[in-house]
Design a protein around this ligand. Structure first.
Ligand code: F6P
Length: 470
């Protein structure tokens, strides 16, 4: 079996327990690497004025290779172009994009730098899989250095319609760089469809079947590979963690109140303020629930050098304070807001204890929290998932209570419906969603992508109806 070389900005090193550090991309990629020879290349998380040679960590069949980047590169590539231009535009927030030529240069430069450091480590038959928006031009930089390997790309975040993508200065250059990949994967049909429309209507690519594309001298394919979760693994983690001291403490602190939980990175795309607005309206409309519900929002901060992230932090803090001041009592705090990072087992435990999982991003590539919430439930007495129609996960989890996160009235009513939902209905909805998650277990995601990348002519697994097999 040829070696799999994964390249992503963040690399999840195995922790002391032999597991993997949490995080959407990290968990999914780590599952793909299991049981095969591989190399995972990416940023070390450190900056240095003169980056030393990459650090290599050998771990059984896996090798991790990490490089520092220069402070200016980090600023322009990560804080600048990746997270202040691509992130907002791809999340349909054109209003927040702050483009500068200097940042775009920095983005190109880091991709060249990654290619320069990765190149000497590559073997001719390696399969390369590049992840996410930080590294779109990487294949171009590798091809320019003579690497003819099969290279796939997967976008973990949304792909908006052409009207959004074309607001990006140099969009044609960036999409041109994407066409250097043999296979480009998206989370949902909607994302792939948006990209297909860009290809055919903006840059005039030709396609015989909506899967193979030709643009200039490039031939590439587009497919849909929704990321799954380790359904049974996460369920077991939740089961086990329900019996810990931490679980007992949480249960005691709730004194019988219904627990509603939200778990998100503190990001404007997650819709946390809209969600708090809806909760405020719920408390206004349904006073019978005062003192009988606790909303626990866990939202660790991230990307703190970027002004929009400081603003969302301030907005969430203000809103939480406002709700607690308005409705709280000496013996009841309506919202508990925690910005500390939590261990995976504690998150699983909180999810299992919750009557409601509130996952209402304004836009999200997939949202694995929604899937993990379903996996964590006790099938005999499951909680209810309230899910945004704009999360990629909504395409699979139609048995959730699907809401428009911009409609605070509908969200407030959904909270009430969830709290009142009879056991039979909760079980039926949970069973349906769990079956979907089992069918799209994380182990199939990497397999189907790699098969599509390496053996385009072969029949694939159950995902074959979604991707090109010809
Ligand atoms: O959603 C894309 C993603 O790469 C996730 O996989 C991950 O949880 C998050 O962004 C990490 O962001 P950052 O690397 O900026 O902390």
């Amino acid at each position: 079996m040829p070696r799999l070389v994964v390249i992503s900005n963040r690399v999840a090193l195995p922790d002391e327990d032999g597991g993997s550090a949490p995080g959407g991309l990290a968990v999914a990629v780590a599952a793909t690497m299991q049981g095969r020879d591989g190399l995972w290349f990416g940023w070390s998380g450190q900056v240095s004025d003169e980056p030393p040679p990459p650090t290599t960590i050998d771990c059984g069949h896996m090798k991790y290779v990490l490089t520092d980047v220069r402070p200016q590169d980090f600023q322009e590539y990560y804080n600048g172009f990746a997270n202040r231009v691509l992130w907002p535009i791809l999340h349909y927030r054109v209003d927040l994009a702050e483009f500068s030529e200097a940042d775009f240069d920095g983005y190109r430069r880091v991709n060249e730098f990654f290619a320069e450091r990765l190149g000497p480590l590559l073997e001719a038959d390696d399969i390369l899989w590049v992840h996410d928006y930080h590294l779109i031009p990487l294949a171009l930089a590798l091809r320019a250095r003579g690497h003819a390997n099969r290279i796939g790309f997967f976008l973990h975040i949304p792909m908006p319609p052409p009207d959004f993508l074309t607001t990006l200065p140099h969009h044609a250059e960036l999409v041109g760089a994407l066409t250097e990949y043999n296979l480009i994967g998206f989370q949902t049909d909607n994302d792939a469809g948006n990209f297909a429309r860009y290809l055919t209507s903006v840059v005039g690519a030709a396609t015989p079947d909506g899967r193979h594309y030709h643009l200039g001298h490039q031939h590439f394919r587009v497919g849909v590979f929704p990321v799954g979760v380790d359904t049974d693994g996460f369920r077991r983690l939740a089961e086990a963690s329900a019996h810990t001291a931490c679980a007992a403490e949480l249960a005691e602190s709730l004194v019988g109140r219904a627990l509603m939980v939200g778990v998100d990175r503190l990001d404007y795309s997650k819709g946390i303020v809209n969600r708090l607005d809806a909760y405020e309206l719920f408390l206004e409309k349904y006073p019978g629930w005062h003192g009988h519900i606790t909303y626990l929002q866990i939202a660790p901060g991230c990307r703190q050098d970027i002004p929009e992230y400081l603003e969302i932090d301030a907005a969430v803090n203000a809103k939480v304070g406002h709700i607690n001041g308005r409705f709280g009592a000496v013996s009841w705090v309506p919202v508990r807001y925690v910005s500390r990072n939590h261990r995976r087992e504690d998150i699983a435990m909180v999810m299992r204890m919750a009557r409601i999982g509130l996952v209402t991003p304004l836009r999200d590539g997939m949202n694995l929290v929604a899937k993990e919430f379903v996996a964590a439930q006790d099938p005999a007495d499951p909680g209810v998932l309230i899910l945004s129609q704009f999360a990629g996960a909504a395409a699979e989890l139609g048995a959730a209570l699907i809401v428009n996160p911009h409609d605070r009235g509908a969200m407030a009513d959904a909270i009430h419906t969830a709290l009142d939902m009879p056991l039979d209905e909760r079980r039926a909805r949970h069973q349906e969603m769990y079956a979907v998650l089992e069918a799209n277990h994380i182990r199939y995601w990497g397999q189907s992508f790699i098969e599509a990348l390496t053996r385009p002519g072969r029949a694939l697994n159950w995902l074959s109806n979604r991707i090109d097999t010809r």
